[in-house]
Design a protein around this ligand. Structure first.
Ligand code: BV8
Length: 249
C-alpha cells in the first residue's frame, strides 16, 4: 500500500519532533482482537452496563469474570500485528516519544514499546477488591470465579470500568504529553470514550499537528490536520518506511 503523506507531516520526521501516538482497539483489530463499537464489536454482543462496571462486578462477579476470561483466552491466542510493531519502531526515531493506549490487551508491551501509558489498565492484571494487592496473572481458567486473594477478597480484572477514574497520574501525564507534543497520531480509536477522547483536541489546541489513522472517519477527525484512511497494520509500516528514509537523508 502506498500512502500519500503531506510535506508538512514529512517535515516533522526529524528526531527533535516531540511525538505522541494515541491508540484504541482498532490497532489490535488486525491481530484478531474484536473492537468495541464496530459491526462485530464487543458491545454489540454484551451491554456495557452488564459487564464493564463496578456495579456489574458487585452484582454478578462470576458473569463478569466469564466475559473477561473469554477475552483473555482470545487475546492469549493473538500476537502483535505490523501496526504494533511499527509503533514500537517509531520510539527509536524520536528523542521525545510517548505511546498512550486505551487498549488493555498488552499487545503494545509484546511489540516492544517501553514509553507506554495505559489509560484503561491491563486485562492481564488482577487486583483484590479488599486489600488492593495487584499482580500480572496470565491464568486462562481459574478453578473458582471470581478468583480469591489470599486475604479472602475477590480478585477483579485490573482494567478501568465505566464510572471509575483512570489510574492516578497516568491520565495527567498523558495530558501533559499531548499539550507538549509537536505531532499527535490518533490511531484506531472512535474517540468516544472520555476522558481519553479529550487527548486529540488537547494536542490540537496546544499547537500539535494531528494525524488520524483509521479505516473510517471518527470523532477525532474534527481536530485532525491530516486523515490517513486505511488499516493501521498497513498505514503505520508505510509511515515507518518514510521515517527510516528520512533518517538516512
Ligand atoms: C470516568 C476498559 C469519572 C475495560 C474501557 C466526559 C468526561 C469524563 C467521563 C465521561 C464523559 N462523558 C461520559 C463519560 C463516562 C464514560 C464514557 O466515556 N462513556 C462513553 C461511552 C460516552 N467514561 C468513563 O466512565 C471513564 N471514567 O470518567 O470516571 C470519575 C472520575 C473520578 C472519580 C470517579 C469517576 C472510564 C472509561 C474507561 C472505560 N473502560 N475499557 C475493558 O476493556 O473491558 S473503555 C473501552 O473503550 C476500551 O478501553 C476501548 O479502548 C475504549 C475506546 O474504544 P476504542 O478503543 O476507540 O474502540 P472502538 O471499538 O470504539 O473503536 C475502534 C476504532 O478503530 C473505530 O474508529 C474503527 O473505525 C477503527 N478501526 C477498526 N479496525 C481498524 C481501525 N482503525 C485502523 N485500522 C484498523 N484495522
Amino acid at each position: 500500500m502506498v500512502i500519500q503523506l503531506s510535506n508538512k507531516l514529512k517535515s516533522l520526521f526529524i528526531p527533535e519532533t516531540r511525538v505522541v501516538v494515541f491508540t484504541g482497539a482498532g490497532i489490535s483489530a488486525e491481530s484478531g482482537v474484536p473492537t468495541f463499537r464496530g459491526p462485530e464489536g464487543l458491545w454489540k454482543k454484551f451491554r456495557v452496563q452488564d459487564l464493564a462496571t463496578p456495579e456489574a462486578f458487585q452484582a454478578r462477579p462470576q458473569l463478569v469474570w466469564e466475559w473477561y476470561g473469554w477475552r483473555r483466552g482470545q487475546i492469549a491466542e493473538v500476537k502483535p500485528n505490523p501496526g504494533h510493531r511499527a509503533v514500537s519502531e517509531f520510539e527509536k526515531y524520536f528523542v521525545d516519544f510517548t505511546l498512550v493506549t486505551q487498549n488493555v490487551d498488552g499487545l503494545h508491551d509484546r511489540a516492544g514499546n517501553r514509553k507506554l501509558l495505559k489509560l484503561h489498565g491491563d486485562i492481564w492484571e488482577i487486583r483484590c477488591v479488599q486489600c488492593g494487592t495487584a499482580r500480572m496473572d496470565f491464568t486462562l481458567s481459574f478453578n473458582h470465579l471470581p478468583p480469591l486473594c489470599v486475604c479472602g477478597g475477590a480478585l477483579r480484572p485490573g482494567v478501568v470500568w465505566f464510572g471509575e477514574p483512570l489510574p492516578a497520574g497516568i491520565f495527567d501525564e498523558a495530558v501533559q504529553k499531548a499539550e507538549g507534543c509537536d505531532l499527535f497520531f490518533s490511531v484506531g480509536t472512535s474517540a468516544e470514550v472520555y476522558p481519553a477522547a479529550y487527548l486529540p483536541s488537547i494536542a490540537k489546541e496546544h499547537g500539535a499537528y494531528v494525524v488520524e489513522v483509521n479505516i473510517e472517519s471518527s470523532a477525532a477527525a474534527s481536530c485532525a490536520d491530516e486523515v490517513l484512511l486505511g488499516k493501521s497494520g498497513e498505514v503505520l509500516p508505510e509511515i515507518l518506511n518514510y521515517l527510516s528514509r528520512a533518517s538516512l537523508d
